[in-house]
Design a protein around this ligand. Structure first.
Ligand code: GAL
Ligand code: ZN
Length: 657
């Protein structure tokens, strides 16, 4: 695309008089900005009345950007409809599960299935695409904005109709649907399609299979919006890359499917500067973005230059923290760092959200940090296009996530992201590169695959995991895996039925813990605790790796292995999980790119004969790193060997070949 690290942000010039635009582009040049995201919330200005379009201001703006060598990430402006849409088409407004209408006055006030919204959005995108396809500033198209971030699903009558249509497509006949949903239970049988509703409030639990299909429908519906725009852009503006901003582990959208529809992925990381865990969250989000496109570089579409305005308490980023986070994303495969937003607004609901140009202007440390980072990134062209290579993957499947968290389960405190975070942390602390992988995809290039709580599995996924192990891979499944099929029906035959042979165990009973109840386990002769959940495990060929030491399960296995198929039947404490992950890494011959002190993150990017080590100090003290050779420090612009000292929250980027 552009052979430089992309740098810039959401640029909303419509909030400012045109004199300010000139200052904007001058400042952008000073900061090394090469990409501006334009038009995200411009619909009301671009189409002030239905069917009357005004592109003059956008023409002038894009010309100005082009004249200054700044590329445009041109948004399709469909994220927030003008007030006239709801006024003319009140039925286009979204309805919550409880039946409340979400009115205009904020943003994203449209039902994803609304015909009026879809028609008006398509008409706008047609005009934008036709007008700007050949504009010299156009670098990429930005579809909508954070699709579904406020309204991921609508429960209105139109949405109900679309749900029924979708169900016909999936199940074919009412008999099939009744069977799939297990409607023999509680007298739920449907005799007519029109009787079927979205899961609106009910006296008690919904039918879980209905809930699961509702999740699928919701994800597909938002994806239809993306698809509709993409079709127009590809037709009228062929060859220009298309993306949209993803939201990492966003539950409503099955991003494995989404990623197929964009040319590259982009993410909006907003880690909480006051929360130490947010460092890992950002790393994991980056790993997911990279993995969704099987290793391809991705883009930080938005991050904050300093504080946000939407938390209960909005703690600023301390000096160096914005830079550190930016390099963290680069380390994990991003090829660009953009912000929300260029110039902090002076009015509106986000006026206390930081911008690259703060209210205080250029005499601020935020601006200085923005300029410094931009000028640093300008030296990193060689990093662009290189990749992170991981030998470890965490299996992640949205459908299983949805089904796992539909209520009426043995424990409602078993939440997928909590569990993923525990495994991720153990890997992150050892600096082991990790991808996320769809469990049905080819896994043969990994040595170790960890599948936390893979509750729902299709036959194809089961076969795929078996193939992976047969091919020499090491697989770890954790409790409550392989329990249900795609309809959320129990897989009978003794839990975890489809994996019973592979794992060499059977689980006759689940033993969720009472709130706060910990138990003791031994692993490699040491005692640890476990929480939340334990399985009653019986061995059928596997050997015990960890053993329960107390309570009713005393003497029974807590974790097992059957050759290279491992099972962890409880939530181990982080020390135990660390030991286990260390053992798995040793056995599978997976090592960090460099051994570094705790709190320092090290990630390698490589490709085309180039290779780089990113060293990120997440601690408030200096960190000494012992190097294993002589490297060029690209940021300090000097050779380094033996020992390297990282400043508190400091970054080093070493070129190793
Ligand atoms: C994002 C959104 C931006 C802005 C930002 C503030 O979710 O895409 O438009 O609202 O949050 O942090
Ligand atoms: Zn609706």
């Amino acid at each position: 695309m552009i052979p430089h690290v992309l740098y810039g942000g959401d640029y909303n010039p419509e909030q400012w008089p045109e004199e300010v635009w000139l200052e904007d582009v001058a400042l952008m040049r000073e900061a090394g900005v090469n990409l501006a995201t334009v038009g995200v919330f411009s619909w009301a200005l671009l189409e002030p009345e239905p069917g009357r379009y005004d592109f003059d201001w956008l023409d002038r703006l894009l010309d100005l950007l082009a004249a200054n060598g700044i590329f445009a990430n041109l948004a399709t402006a469909t994220a927030s409809p003008p007030a006239w849409l709801a006024h003319r088409h009140p039925e286009s407004l979204p309805v919550t599960r409880d039946g409340a209408i979400l009115w205009p006055g904020a943003r994203q006030h449209y039902c994803p299935s609304s015909v009026a919204y879809r028609q008006a959005a398509a008409a706008l995108v047609e005009r934008l695409a036709a007008r700007y396809a050949d504009h010299p500033s156009l670098a990429m198209w930005h579809i909508n904005n954070e699709l579904g971030c406020h309204v991921a699903a609508c429960y209105c009558d139109r949405s109900a109709e679309c749900f029924r249509e979708w169900l016909r497509g999936r199940h074919g006949s009412l008999d099939e649907l009744n069977d799939a949903w297990g409607t023999a239970f509680w007298s739920q049988r449907y005799g007519d399609w029109d009787e079927i509703l979205p899961p609106r409030p009910t006296p008690t639990w919904h039918n879980p299979s209905q809930e699961l299909d509702w999740h699928r429908f919701g994800s597909d519906t938002l994806l239809e919006l993306l698809e509709a725009e993409r079709e127009i852009l590809e037709r009228l503006s062929p060859g220009v890359p298309i993306t949209t901003n993803f939201m990492r582990f966003f539950k409503p959208s099955n991003y494995w499917e989404w990623a197929k529809r964009v040319d590259f992925t982009a993410d909006d990381p907003y880690p909480d500067p006051s929360d130490p865990a947010s460092v890992r969250e950002r790393a994991a989000g980056g790993d997911l973005m990279r993995s969704l496109k099987h290793g391809a570089p991705w883009l930080v579409m938005e991050q904050a230059a300093n504080a946000v305005n939407w938390r209960q308490r909005n703690v600023p980023k301390h000096p160096g923290q914005m830079r550190l986070g930016s390099y963290q994303s680069l380390a994990r495969g991003a090829d660009g760092i953009l912000f929300f937003q260029w110039r902090a607004s002076k009015a509106g609901a986000e006026k206390f959200h930081s911008g690259m140009v703060p209210h205080g202007g250029t005499a601020t440390r935020t601006w200085r940090e923005i300029v410094e980072l931009g000028n640093e990134l300008a030296k990193l062209d060689d990093v662009v296009g290189t990749r992170v290579r991981a030998h470890v993957a965490i299996a992640f499947d949205w459908e299983s996530w949805w089904a796992l968290e539909v209520p009426s389960k043995p424990s409602h405190d078993l939440l997928l992201l909590d569990q993923v975070e525990r495994w991720y942390r153990a890997l992150w602390e050892r600096n082991l590169a990790v991808d996320f992988a769809y469990p049905g995809d080819d896994l043969s290039h990994y040595r170790l695959v960890i599948a936390p709580n893979l509750y729902l599995v299709s036959d194809a996924t089961v076969a795929n995991l078996e193939r992976f192990v047969a091919g020499g891979g090491t697989l770890v499944l954790s409790f409550f895996s392989g329990i249900a099929d795609e309809r959320d029906h129990i897989r009978l035959g003794g839990y975890p039925a489809p994996f019973r042979r592979l794992l060499g165990i059977v689980v006759p009973e689940f033993w969720p813990h009472a709130d706060g109840e910990t138990r003791t386990v031994t692993l490699n002769g040491e005692r640890y605790t476990c929480e939340l959940w334990s399985d009653w495990i019986e061995l059928e060929g596997a050997e015990a790796v960890a053993v329960h030491e107390d309570g009713w399960l005393s003497g029974r296995p807590a974790a097992t292995r059957n050759g290279s198929a491992w099972y962890v039947g409880t939530q181990l404490d982080s020390a135990a999980l660390g030991v286990l992950v260390g053992q798995l890494a040793d056995e599978t011959n997976v090592a960090p790119p460099l051994f570094v002190p705790a709190g320092v993150e090290v990630v390698k990017r490589e490709g085309d004969g180039r290779s780089f080590l990113f060293l990120l100090n997440h601690t408030a003290g200096e960190a000494e790193v012992a190097l294993d050779g002589t490297y060029r420090d690209m940021l300090a612009d000097k050779e380094g060997s033996d020992t390297l000292v990282l400043e508190p929250f400091g970054v080093s980027l070493l070129r190793t070949s």
